[in-house]
Design a binder for this molecule. Structure first.
Ligand code: ZN
Length: 289
């Protein structure tokens, strides 16, 4: 089975607020163990977390070997204060503070650095991403600082401007990447960045009632087009579901994400090998040096 290249052990796939209440005072070990068991049952032996502010992924990293899981964590994600990202990590105001966050992550045992460079999909306004993206120059400096400290960088990024800025900055993986265009995919293919499109975060919302399907379908179609282009151009792409997000279950979402690729590109050995090689890149780079 594929590994899970994007998960949040903190979140439970159903109720974010409840998950926070459960872990806020102190990470709930029973819940973390139950989550790791789901990966074990699904025969998923590699999990890369996207971080949380409560130390849940830090605890998961300590327990994961008991479940035969190679688990990698950034401990927390790093966002610029006033921009999206506080739900998964710690903030900074300037690059000096960003560097301090990187040093903190290192002290706490991070395997890599997770950064937030843009907001989320805006489901009320097709084609738009919430908030303002970080400036390309700032993203470049952030990635440089993290690399200098010996870390690979996982970047939460949506929208054409943000995606191009992240790729140019040399991020090691690009998470979500909704609303790219053909030029962005060409840049991706010419770079060392691995794209983790987290397709099921939108696909699993169909019929769930939270958003209208008519709003979701164009986003899904657009992602399908970009995934097909990425495959044609042989960009690096890996399977990661954002497990823990609403309607995205731990363990089994890995298969759902893989099946989404098969639906788009065909269920072939070429597709499987292509995705395995993307995962291999992530496994090699996102480890403590
Ligand atoms: Zn995530």
């Amino acid at each position: 089975m594929f590994g899970e290249c994007h998960a949040h052990v903190l979140m439970n796939g159903t109720n974010y607020r409840q998950a926070v209440l459960q872990h806020r005072e102190k990470p709930d070990e029973a819940a973390v163990r139950a989550c790791l068991e789901k990966y074990q049952e699904a025969e998923v032996h590699f999990v890369r977390d996207g971080g949380d502010p409560y130390g849940v992924s830090k605890l998961a990293a300590r327990l994961a070997p008991e479940y035969g899981i190679d688990y990698r964590t950034p401990i927390f994600a790093v966002h610029k204060n006033g921009h999206y990202g506080s739900i998964v990590g710690r903030g900074f105001d300037n690059l000096k503070e960003f560097h301090q966050r990187v040093v903190e992550a290192k002290k706490e045992g991070a395997d890599f650095i997770k950064i937030m460079t843009t907001g989320l999909l805006d489901f009320r306004d097709h084609g738009k991403v919430t908030g303002t993206p970080l400036d390309a120059e700032e993203v470049r400096e952030m990635v440089h600082i993290a690399h200098e400290e010996g870390f690979a960088v996982m970047s939460h990024t949506n929208g054409v401007y943000g995606v191009k800025a992240a790729i140019e900055a040399g991020v090691d993986s690009l998470e979500h990447g909704n609303y790219m265009d053909e030029e962005a995919i060409s840049m991706l293919a010419d770079s060392h960045t691995v794209w983790v499109p987290t397709l099921v975060t939108v696909r699993n919302l169909i019929g769930a009632g939270r958003f209208e399907d008519a709003v979701l379908r164009p986003i899904i179609r657009q992602a399908e087009k970009m995934v097909s282009l990425a495959y044609q151009k042989k960009a690096k792409v890996a399977v990661g579901s954002d497990a823990g997000a609403y309607m995205v279950p731990h363990g089994t979402a890995v298969r759902q994400e893989y099946e989404a690729f098969c639906q788009i590109l065909g269920n072939t050995t070429e597709v499987k090998d292509w995705l395995y090689s993307g995962e291999q890149e992530i496994r090699e780079r996102f480890r403590r040096k």
